[in-house]
Design a protein around this ligand. Structure first.
Ligand code: AMP
Ligand code: MN
Ligand code: MN
Length: 341
């Protein structure tokens, strides 16, 4: 009989000693928070741990990494860390291309891989794959694993897990917010998390240009499909003028959710010319992950994304008709109950 994934992961962690942790490109709060908590968990067991990501840690989460530094990919460094490690743990993605340039080293090194993730759209590529799509955040999984192992969770680990949980649930507003999310939050607060202080640290980190950039994008907001589809677009010129990077769009796609009657929001973000990041959000009735998955991306039913090559006009022409079809299917289908997260 196959070993259950969680038990297989515990055995995997026990039999290795030198760990490398990584996550997806343009890491979010769940990616960084899960890595920091996981690193602390392993270090407390006397394991050697390094964290290495393709992309730099956003300013909003840097404070979490004070005692658990995160390295950013450089060819020589990545090669060295791979040769020093005997196991790789991939957090918050189970889609190999999503770990960016780290995946090139995977081809060259015979290293054991374990995945800990909550995305449904891809098969895990590890020897061990703990992929639980019903979890609101990867941080929920890490929390449950630590609890089940009876490992102490110190305040910093609790803060890291709280950041993962809070950011992936939109601060307990999105459809993935369930009773267990609140139970976990309560447990983390008892472990020393100050929600107000943590939220301020994460949210009060934007340069003024970021709000001006949001303002410009929102001014150009388009309402299509009889007001059911909100579309935002940002181009390389705006990123450059405000000295921002791709990660600075974080939160923008969620703003049109506030408009009455909106079913879907699409953001076309062209950070570098010819590379358009499509972010899709559903307010609950339409599912967008399959569409993204089909085009090489992925995500969750109500929040998904894909990176496409081409002009913004080309990418719009590929995506918008698909969104119209999803909305048309909604008209055709009988009304149903609350869609899953
Ligand atoms: P975003 O629109 O970038 O905030 O992403 C929304 C959700 O979709 C997150 O859970 C991401 O992990 C996932 N996602 C975004 N882009 C991709 C991609 N290119 N491939 C797979 N998953 C993605
Ligand atoms: Mn993530
Ligand atoms: Mn996540």
């Amino acid at each position: 009989m196959p070993v259950a994934p969680r038990a297989a992961l515990m055995a995997f962690l026990a039999r290795h000693q030198r760990f490398l942790l990584t996550t997806h490109i343009n890491p979010d709060g769940d990616a960084i928070g899960s890595e920091v908590a996981f690193a602390r968990w392993l270090r407390a067991q006397g394991k050697q741990v390094r964290i290495l990501n393709d992309s730099p840690t956003p300013l909003a989460f840097e404070w979490l990494t004070q005692d658990d530094p995160i390295d950013v990919h450089e060819d020589a460094l990545t090669e060295r860390l791979f040769s020093e490690a005997d196991a790789l743990v991939v957090l918050d993605t189970s889609n190999r291309p999503r770990i960016g340039r780290i995946s090139f080293s995977l081809d060259r090194h015979a290293i054991a891989v374990a995945i800990v993730d909550h995305h449904a759209t891809h098969d895990g590529f590890g020897q061990v794959n703990v992929v639980e799509p019903d979890k609101a955040a990867t941080a929920c999984l890490v929390f449950e694993l630590m609890r089940a192992a009876g490992s102490p969770i110190d305040t910093r680990a609790a803060e890291a897990l709280y950041v993962g949980l809070a950011t992936d649930t939109g601060y307990f507003r999105y459809s993935n917010t369930d009773a267990s999310a609140f139970e976990m939050a309560a447990a983390l607060v008892r472990l020393g998390v100050d929600p107000q202080a943590v939220t301020t640290r994460v949210q009060a980190s934007a340069p003024p240009g970021r709000l001006r950039f949001f303002g410009e994008a929102l001014t150009a907001l388009e309402m299509l499909e009889g007001g059911r589809l909100a579309v935002l677009e940002v181009g390389p010129d705006a990123f450059e003028r405000h000295q921002l990077t791709g990660a600075d769009t974080e939160g923008l796609v969620d703003m049109p959710r506030a408009i009455a009657g909106v079913e879907l929001v699409a953001l076309f973000s062209e950070g570098k010319p010819g590379r358009v990041k499509v972010s899709l959000r559903s307010t609950g009735r339409v599912e967008v992950d399959q569409l993204c998955s089909r085009l090489g991306g992925g995500g969750h039913p109500h929040a998904a994304g894909v990176l496409l090559m081409g002009s913004r006009a080309d990418v719009r022409a590929r995506i918008l008709p698909e969104l119209s079809q999803l909305l048309a299917a909604l008209d055709a289908a009988p009304a149903r109950g609350a869609a899953g997260a």
